[in-house]
Design a protein around this ligand. Structure first.
Ligand SMILES: Nc1nc2c(c(=O)[nH]1)N[C@H]1C(S)=C(S)[C@@H](COP(=O)(O)O)O[C@H]1N2
Ligand SMILES: [Mo]
Length: 462
């Protein structure tokens, strides 16, 4: 996936469905005269689906279970098609059979009841196939996931200051709910790994190889932290950023136990579907809250966000740090491997760039002249936000009011009050991080290492 976006999935699925529909239509039309060709086309399509399921990286389950829905659907479709053709009086020889005496009075020997029943059965088989393909890869269902009781963390998240949220309607909630948390990954169907079968292998340049199961992990010292995640493919002003309260095991403690050998500078982590991510070893051992996360906002990780275990590393874009559905953790050297996205033109090292976004007003909002308010969020994970400024049209940069700081790994909200005069105005925002770095106005595309440039919004005052 080149774009690491989310809109590509509906487009891909829609495209595939459209192609299949056209294929089916052609098979149907051809089938009137040449049923064998139609049957052949059905079989070819079914086999393609099975091959795709068998070779696809999307389902993290045993290959037999993976191809089962394809087989069932293929069988049902082929048999169903054959039956439909027979009810219409066709045989595999391609010509209507001789009319049966009992049907002599009906045109074409058409048996409506039989036809409807068969068509219905066929439709049901198709729906069954789709449902099976959604459920079977499951391993576990959502009730099982929810029922997991996470132990209380030994180290709680810092109590949030009272004023972390800008008190303006329309600003992103300080904590992003699991439901509205952005999702970016390469999968159409997310794995539903059974935690009872889950294991994390810690190996490579270590003194002691470790194998940790889910119970082992929950039995360790758990920490709870608010950490803001960002995707490298987020455009300036874009939505791929979210802040959650995570519970997990400090990665540094696991590494200490395994004993990292001299010369290692990276970790190559692999998800259950075989995707690889490379992370600088330093970011996992320098004291920041890098964790193997098991909880998100008070519940076990949602399937979409990496259940049962994922990495979360403050300060690095997700594609170099936030491995979901992780199963393998190899201490190594950057020169000895390459990872999924770096093979596709994205940078090997990718700290999150200082950024800010205007949430309110929305673009092209109409507001009344007079006192007006703008508000939004700014982030510079692991450096912290020191200042946010807003510019009205080409005016001077004016300081926005910062909400209370929850921590340097967490985004920060801001509010800006101004006097709106009639006409269209452009509001532009920029942040300064705690290292003194001012957010650059130089525009850069997300690839290779994150977008840059300033977010602006046009308001219509009338
Ligand atoms: N296994 C796996 N982990 C992954 C990805 C993926 O495609 N597969 N995408 C990464 C990217 S690019 C980001 S930004 C974060 C997004 O995490 P979220 O979907 O929970 O927001 O997950 C990261 N971890
Ligand atoms: Mo990402």
């Amino acid at each position: 996936m080149k774009n690491l976006g989310t809109a590509d999935k509906p487009i891909l699925v829609g495209g595939v469905l459209a192609a299949v529909a056209v294929f089916a239509l052609v098979a149907g039309v051809v089938g009137v005269k040449r049923p064998r060709v139609a049957l052949g086309m059905t079989v070819v399509l079914g086999v393609l689906a099975i091959v795709a399921a068998a070779t696809g990286r999307s389902l993290a389950v045993n290959p037999v279970v993976r191809v089962l829905p394809g087989f069932v659907t293929l069988l049902a479709a082929t048999v169903g098609m054959y039956l439909v053709l027979r009810t219409r009086g066709y045989s595999l020889r391609g010509r209507p059979e001789d009319k049966q005496p009992a049907e002599a009075e009906k045109p074409d020997g058409f048996d409506r009841r039989k036809f409807l029943v068969t068509t219905f059965a066929l439709g049901a088989a198709g729906v069954g196939g789709v449902v099976a393909s959604r459920v079977l890869p499951g391993g576990v269902d959502d009730a099982t996931r929810r029922a997991i009781k996470l132990p209380a963390p030994a180290s709680r998240a810092r109590v949030l200051p009272a004023g972390v949220a800008a008190d303006v309607a329309g600003v992103s909630p300080f904590t992003t709910s699991n439901k509205s948390f952005y999702r970016v990954d390469t999968l159409l169907t997310v794995p539903k790994v059974d935690p009872r079968n889950w294991e994390l292998r810690v190996h490579g340049m270590v003194d002691r190889e470790l194998r940790l199961n889910f119970a082992d992990l929950l039995g360790r010292r758990l920490v709870e932290r608010d950490i803001t995640l960002t995707c490298v493919s987020n455009e300036v002003g874009g939505p791929y950023v979210g802040n959650a309260r995570w519970i997990g095991v400090p990665i540094a403690e696991i590494l200490r136990e395994a004993g990292v050998q001299a010369g290692a500078d990276a970790v190559k982590s692999t998800s259950v579907d075989g995707l690889t991510i490379g992370t600088p070893l330093a970011a996992l051992t320098d004291g920041r809250d890098a964790i193997f996360a098991v909880g998100m906002n008070g519940e076990p990780l949602p399937f979409d966000h990496g259940f049962p275990v994922r990495m979360v590393v403050p300060g690095l874009y997700g594609y170099v740090s936030a491995t979901k559905w992780i199963v393998d953790f190899e201490v190594t050297r950057f020169e000895d491997f390459s990872a999924y996205w770096t093979d596709r033109g994205w940078a090997v090292e990718a700290p999150i760039k200082t950024a800010s976004r205007i949430d309110v007003p929305k673009g092209f909002a109409r507001i009344k002249p007079g006192p007006a308010v703008a508000a939004g969020v700014a982030w510079a994970q692991h450096r912290g936000i020191a200042k946010v400024e807003v510019q009205v049209d080409d005016g001077p940069w004016q300081e926005a009011k910062l909400a209370d700081e929850a921590g340097i790994d967490i985004w920060r909200q801001w509010t800006f009050r101004w006097d709106a005069t009639s006409g269209n105005h452009t509001l532009t925002v920029r942040a300064t991080d705690r290292t003194g770095q001012v957010q650059t106005a130089d525009r850069a595309a997300p690839r290779p290492n994150g977008s840059s440039g300033l977010h602006n919004t046009v308001v219509m005052v009338e």
